[in-house]
Design a binder for this molecule. Structure first.
Ligand code: HEC
Ligand code: HEC
Length: 259
């Protein structure tokens, strides 16, 4: 009996590895009705306004509104966010609209719009940091420091992080360890954060840190964000928003990721 259990747990460990983000061709891209999804994106439905009115015609988000890029994001992540808004597990505390928007759509509609968005490339363009600096109201961080944090984390940071949330007093983990190289995402769980809008990245990191966004599985993202200073947040976002998902001289991604 004990032997059987050991075999079963070994088997599930192997399955977990096999279904992790790096196994190519296994990422769900959604099988909703793309045409209906496109219609919702372009025209809205009932009381729900057209998604493009806030997320842009190309789905690339908007720094003035604080909206994220959504075109080209992973399907499972998008669908989860829409479900979380619909069930109030996640609150839109930026424009106070997404909860009503998600509730105004049926589960099928949410599936359809997520399928459509995932299939649409080119939404992730990042932000023009010089423009944001000119505006004067947005504090922009240091790209090279952000790059270090995303790639290596910070081994020395262990201040003030509550033990009951699982901290062993260790430092900040590299963002890359979950969100992959340059934050290009590791579906189905870890969203693309590279080339996301600067203002959105900063807002979300602050929300994870103060707990006003708490829809992350096992509190993973809150645990990371609680260790970040304001500077860390600005630095990481400054790097990520224009981070290339490719290494220099190599335009191939190592696997067929869902973006
Ligand atoms: C009136 C403006 C507005 C409209 C219209 C709108 N959104 Fe949003 N959306 C937002 C804002 C603001 C956020 C960021 C919320 C936050 O800060 O937590 C957001 C966030 C999202 C997210 C979360 C993305 C992520 O990376 O976590 C998704 C998905 C999304 N919207 C999809 C849609 C879809 C689909 C539609 C159309 C049915 C739509 N939105 C219409 C303003 C809007
Ligand atoms: C232990 C794994 C893990 C690490 C390390 C991690 N994250 Fe995350 N992060 C997550 C998960 C899981 C989510 C998605 C939560 C959800 O389902 O809403 C997420 C979501 C996010 C989001 C919101 C994206 C969106 O579109 O709404 C941002 C921004 C983010 N992470 C930034 C970072 C940064 C910056 C770092 C490094 C300082 C980092 N993360 C390190 C697990 C991680």
């Amino acid at each position: 009996m004990r032997h059987v259990l050991a075999v079963i747990s070994l088997f599930s460990a192997v399955t977990m590895v096999a279904t992790s983000a790096h196994a190519s061709g296994m990422f769900p891209k959604g099988n909703g009705n793309k045409a209906n999804g496109e219609k919702i994106f372009q025209q809205g439905k009932g009381d729900v306004p057209a998604c493009l009115s806030c997320h842009g015609e190309d789905g690339s988000g908007n720094d003035d509104l604080g909206t994220p890029a959504i075109a080209g994001q992973g399907f499972s992540f998008l669908r989860k966010q829409l479900e979380d808004f619909a069930t109030d597990r996640r609150q839109d505390t930026t424009m106070f609209v997404m909860n009503a928007n998600a509730k105004g759509l049926t589960p099928e509609d949410r599936d359809d719009v997520a399928t459509y968005l995932t299939s649409r490339k080119g939404g992730f363009k990042g932000s023009d940091l010089d423009e944001l600096k000119k505006g004067g109201s947005v504090e922009v961080g240091m790209v090279y420091k952000g790059k270090a944090l995303v790639e290596y984390g910070s081994p020395v940071r262990n201040d003030g992080f509550p033990k009951e949330l699982g901290s062993k007093g260790a430092g900040v983990p590299a963002c890359k360890s979950c969100h992959d190289f340059a934050g290009r995402g590791a579906p189905p769980v870890y969203p693309q954060i590279g080339q996301q809008r600067y203002v959105y990245l900063v807002n979300q990191l602050k929300k994870w840190r103060d707990g006003s966004r708490a829809n992350d599985p096992k509190g993973q993202m809150q645990a990371v964000a609680r260790k970040l200073s304001d500077d860390d947040i600005h630095n990481a976002a400054a790097y990520l928003t224009n981070a290339s998902p490719y290494t220099v001289g190599n335009t191939r991604t190592p696997y067929d990721h869902a973006h």
